[in-house]
Design a protein around this ligand. Structure first.
Ligand SMILES: Nc1ncnc2c1ncn2[C@@H]1O[C@H](COP(=O)(O)OP(=O)(O)OP(=O)(O)O)[C@@H](O)[C@H]1O
Ligand SMILES: [Mg+2]
Length: 350
């Protein structure tokens, strides 16, 4: 936890007193079983996670904002070459949650399956040759496809604004041609990095990748500072981690500062013992921070896809609350891992 948390906790304690909220009332609002837990959480001598501080602020109706210490764009690729690990769902949900927390967020869909685009309501027609112009394609090969053009002059298209207020560079199935053409291009797999760094005004750029180890994923890994690896919480997911880490490490030749930020345990089955054991083992033995398990909730996730909505943007109904709380917590864990700090809006120490 950052050094500013003591000040923030003191500000929250002042807010609690001003509003005459007892510790046990606050504990109830936070869902703590133990009424003294709220008092402990507001003890400035104790360390608190960003998640706890943010939840207390929310329970007290105190406005907060988050800041990343580095103050520049943070590029994160969500990567796992295993299919169905919840890469796309995580980009959609964490991206939206970051936006809700006040960050400027751009999502980049590099997967020709284009699930992220479709799930955010953006569907480019594969039959329309102009569709590629809205994807990362012009940033990699230019608009005219003229091989004499200087690749350093290429730029990305204007991102699309989705219904839920996210910025998105979408994909379309024809983007798969990248894997065929890129190996013949000079410094091909560095081109996404170069064009993304021409963008301004974003706190986060989150990149969704296809389930493969082909050129498109190299574009994304070379373009990123960090990698988040969603891992399906089962035997297959756990046994694939070593290979994924190896693939990430191999990109340090072209992108030396690439950092594995977090593993996300996804689609965790809380009932099956084997899944629980794997989840626990991953949590204890992983080489990097591991997020809380995202529980397998087929009805909720299917609804999100049907409604073209991120999980946190689902209607205000009780049956979505647990899934929303998990996305919130994973996002706060990610921010904590990145060294983000929380500030109380309008307070003098903030
Ligand atoms: N916690 C969850 N509970 C239930 N279903 C989930 C959960 N997370 C993701 N899903 C569903 O699992 C499927 C795979 O998820 P997703 O498409 O996000 O994975 P992916 O890693 O992007 O897959 P691919 O490798 O094909 O790109 C989707 O139908 C998604 O809605
Ligand atoms: Mg996907």
């Amino acid at each position: 936890m950052q050094e500013n948390s003591r000040n923030v906790i003191q500000a929250l304690e002042r807010a609690r007193r001003t509003q005459n909220i007892t510790y046990s009332e606050l504990a109830k609002r936070l869902g703590f079983q133990d009424p003294s837990a709220a008092e402990h959480a507001l003890d400035p001598s104790r360390k608190q996670t960003l998640d706890t501080v943010a939840r207390i602020a929310r329970a007290l109706g105190v406005d907060t904002r988050f800041e990343l210490s580095q103050g520049k764009t943070t590029f994160i690729t969500f990567y796992n070459f295993a299919g169905g690990a919840a890469k796309t769902s995580s980009v959609r949900d964490v991206g939206y949650q970051l936006k809700e927390l006040g960050f400027e967020v751009l999502l980049v869909d590099t997967d020709p399956q284009a699930n992220l685009s479709a799930w955010l309501g953006v569907e480019l027609s594969p039959k329309d040759p102009r569709s590629l112009a809205h994807t990362i394609w012009p940033g990699i090969f230019g608009i005219n496809g003229n091989p004499m053009e200087d690749p350093s002059s290429y730029t990305l298209p204007e991102p699309q604004k989705t219904t839920h207020g996210l910025h998105l560079i979408p994909s379309v199935i024809t983007l798969s041609a990248i894997d065929r053409i890129l190996p013949t291009a000079d410094n091909g797999t560095l081109r996404l990095r170069n064009v993304l760094r021409k963008l301004h005004g974003y706190d986060f750029v989150l990149i969704d990748t296809p389930p493969s180890q082909a050129s498109i994923t190299s574009l994304a890994l070379n373009a990123s500072d960090y990698v988040v690896v969603p891992v399906e919480t089962n035997e297959k997911g756990a046994s694939g981690i070593a290979g994924v880490i190896h693939a990430i490490n191999s990109h340090r030749v072209s992108n030396p500062s690439l950092t594995l930020l977090m593993l996300l345990r996804t689609r965790a089955n809380p009932v099956m013992r084997a899944a629980r054991d794997i989840s626990q083992e991953l949590g204890e033995n992983a080489p990097v921070p591991v997020g809380i398990p995202l529980i397998e909730r087929p009805a909720v996730y299917e609804t999100a896809v049907q409604l073209r909505a991120p999980i946190p943007a689902l209607p205000n109904q009780k049956r979505y609350d647990d899934a929303k709380a998990e996305v919130w917590q994973v996002t706060l864990e990610l921010l904590d891992t990145l060294g983000a700090i929380i500030k109380v809006s309008g307070s003098s120490h903030a």
